[in-house]
Design a protein around this ligand. Structure first.
Ligand code: TMP
Length: 223
């Protein structure tokens, strides 16, 4: 099903800086008069926020990989229905912090769940919603770990269940993202996440502008 709005997702390892970049991009687009919905996964709805707490909270303890995957898709199904589809129907540009690629990278490549299982869940639960553009912010897992440590210390927060994983896990997740990007070069654009916030944002905004220009020729995006 084609909707008039567009879905742009931001993906990458923990600590890649995508939330900051998404907020900047949402602000930039809004200032140009483009109706934007900024949202995130797991979360984005009340139900999704409860699920987020269960799935990320270290105190949840051991969780099977399938439980983790099912919870991610439970949150996503609610999010698609309650937030994403209505926004796309109203011609909004949706900027979503993580989507199905996170499940492929983390639960598929990271945890080792077969990609067919993930594709089957996507097909049954996501109402055919796939991102129109994906920004993959690529960073070295060691840099990601250092950034999340610093952020957690500054906020006096504990590590999430994922942040407690070792570097090998994040290396697999990164390879997963790179594989997705290789297979879908038109949709997934790799952005080097090592630069300053402003440098990385300049790269992202040029990719978003190019994409909007092609999707909405003429004045819709004000360029
Ligand atoms: P965040 O800190 O970027 O909001 O991401 C929350 C964590 O959830 C992050 O470690 C990645 C993980 N995650 C998955 O493993 N699978 C998924 O499908 C999603 C959406 C997130």
């Amino acid at each position: 099903m084609q909707y008039p709005g567009k879905l742009i997702t931001f993906e990458g390892l923990d600590g890649c800086g995508k939330s900051t970049q998404l907020a900047r991009e949402a602000k930039r687009l809004s200032q140009r008069g483009i109706p934007v919905t900024a949202t995130h996964e797991p979360g984005g709805t009340k139900v999704g926020q409860h699920i987020r707490e269960i799935v990320l909270h270290a105190a949840s303890g051991a969780m099977t990989s399938f439980t983790e995957l099912a919870l991610m898709f439970a949150a996503r199904a609610q999010h698609v229905e309650e937030v994403i589809v209505p926004a796309l129907q109203s011609s909004r540009t949706v900027l979503c912090d993580r989507f199905t690629d996170s499940s492929v990278a983390y639960q598929g490549y990271g945890r080792g769940i077969s990609l067919e299982v993930i594709q089957a869940l996507e097909k049954s639960l996501c109402r055919g919603i796939r991102p129109d553009l994906t920004i993959f912010l690529d960073i070295d897992p060691e840099i990601g770990a250092q950034r999340t440590d610093a952020r957690n210390r500054a906020a006096s927060e504990k590590e999430s269940r994922f942040e407690q994983e070792g570097l090998e896990f994040f290396e697999r997740v990164r390879q997963g993202y790179r594989r997705i990007a290789e297979q879908e070069q038109k949709r997934v654009r790799i952005v080097d996440g090592r630069g300053s916030v402003a440098e990385v944002h300049a790269h992202i905004s040029s990719l978003v502008d190019q994409f909007l220009e092609v999707s909405f020729p003429r004045s819709r995006n004000g360029v």
